[in-house]
Design a protein around this ligand. Structure first.
Ligand code: IPE
Ligand code: IPE
Ligand code: MG
Length: 234
C-alpha cells in the first residue's frame, strides 16, 4: 500500500518552447526534452505507488499552432509510443489516451487503441495522456451521447445525476484528481479537466516542464498534504 496522501495527480506540462528559447536551441526541441521529463516522472510515480497520473500533451486548441509544430508533435507522439511502450508495459503501466480520437491521423489512432488494449490489464500506474483534449469538447460530446441515450429510451432525463454524467466523459471511471500541477507559471487551466478538477488543489510552479524533476513532484505532494480541503464546508 502506498502512503501517499492522494491517488490522482493531473499535470499541465507547459513551457517546453521557453525552455528551448532559454538555451538558444531550436524551439521544437523543447518538446523532445519534455518527453524525457515525462519519462522520469512516470518512472517515479510508479515507484512511489501513485495510482493515477493524467498529463496534458496536446489540447484541442493546439491545432492553431504552425503546421510544422503540429506535425512535429504528432511524429513525436508516434515515436515515443513505438519506443517506450514495451518498457511502460514491463513497468505494469496501464496507458489510456483521453481526447477526441476522430481527428487523430488513422495510423496513430490505431496505435493508441492497440496500446490501450494491450495494457488494459496492467496493475501499476494508470497513465492518462490527453491528446486532442479540451474540456468543453469533452463535455459537449458527453451531453450529445447522453441526449442520444435518452432519445433511444435507455434512460430518463430525470435519472441524470453528476455521477452518471461523469461516466460519459473521456475520464469515465477514473477518480477526480486531488491535485492539478501546472509548470511554466501560467495562471490558467487552458481548457483542461474543468469538470474533474472542480475541487482539485492547484499547484503552479514557474519551473519549465523539461526542468520539472521528480523531487519537484514530491514537493508538490508534500504541499498538498498540508492543504486544508474544505469542499465548501466550514
Ligand atoms: C507545452 O509547451 C507543450 C504543448 C503545448 C504541446 P509549450 O509548447 O506550450 O511551450 P511554451 O509554453 O510555449 O514555452
Ligand atoms: C496547455 O498549454 C496545453 C498543453 C500543455 C498540452 P498551452 O501552452 O497550449 O496553453 P496556453 O495557450 O498558454 O493557454
Ligand atoms: Mg505553453
Amino acid at each position: 500500500m502506498s502512503t501517499l496522501p492522494l491517488r490522482h495527480v493531473a499535470i499541465i506540462m507547459d513551457g517546453n518552447r521557453r525552455w528551448a528559447d532559454q538555451r538558444k536551441l531550436p524551439r521544437l526541441s523543447g518538446h523532445k526534452e519534455g518527453v524525457k521529463s515525462l519519462k522520469r516522472l512516470v518512472q517515479h510515480a510508479g515507484a512511489i505507488g501513485l495510482e493515477y497520473l493524467t498529463v496534458y500533451a496536446f489540447s484541442s486548441e493546439n491545432w492553431q499552432r504552425s503546421k510544422e509544430e503540429v506535425r512535429y508533435l504528432f511524429e513525436l507522439f508516434s515515436n515515443v509510443l513505438r519506443d517506450e511502450f514495451t518498457e511502460l508495459a514491463d513497468n505494469k503501466v496501464r496507458l489510456r489516451f483521453l481526447g477526441d480520437m476522430s481527428t487523430i491521423p488513422a495510423r496513430l489512432r490505431k496505435s493508441f487503441e492497440r496500446s490501450m488494449e494491450d495494457s488494459k490489464n496492467n496493475t501499476g500506474l494508470n497513465l492518462q495522456v490527453a491528446i486532442n483534449y479540451g474540456s468543453r469538447l469533452e463535455i459537449t460530446q458527453a451531453a450529445k451521447r447522453l441526449a442520444l441515450d435518452v432519445v433511444a429510451g435507455k434512460l430518463n432525463a430525470n435519472e441524470i445525476t453528476e455521477d452518471l454524467f461523469a461516466n460519459y466523459l473521456f475520464t469515465e471511471d477514473i477518480p477526480d484528481p486531488e491535485m492539478m500541477i501546472r509548470t511554466g507559471g501560467e495562471m490558467r487551466l487552458s481548457n483542461y479537466l474543468l469538470w474533474q478538477a472542480a475541487y482539485s488543489e492547484l499547484y503552479i510552479t514557474p519551473i519549465l516542464w523539461p526542468d520539472f524533476a521528480p523531487h519537484n513532484f514530491d514537493e508538490a505532494v508534500e504541499e498538498y498534504a498540508h492543504r486544508n480541503r474544505r469542499f465548501g464546508a466550514d
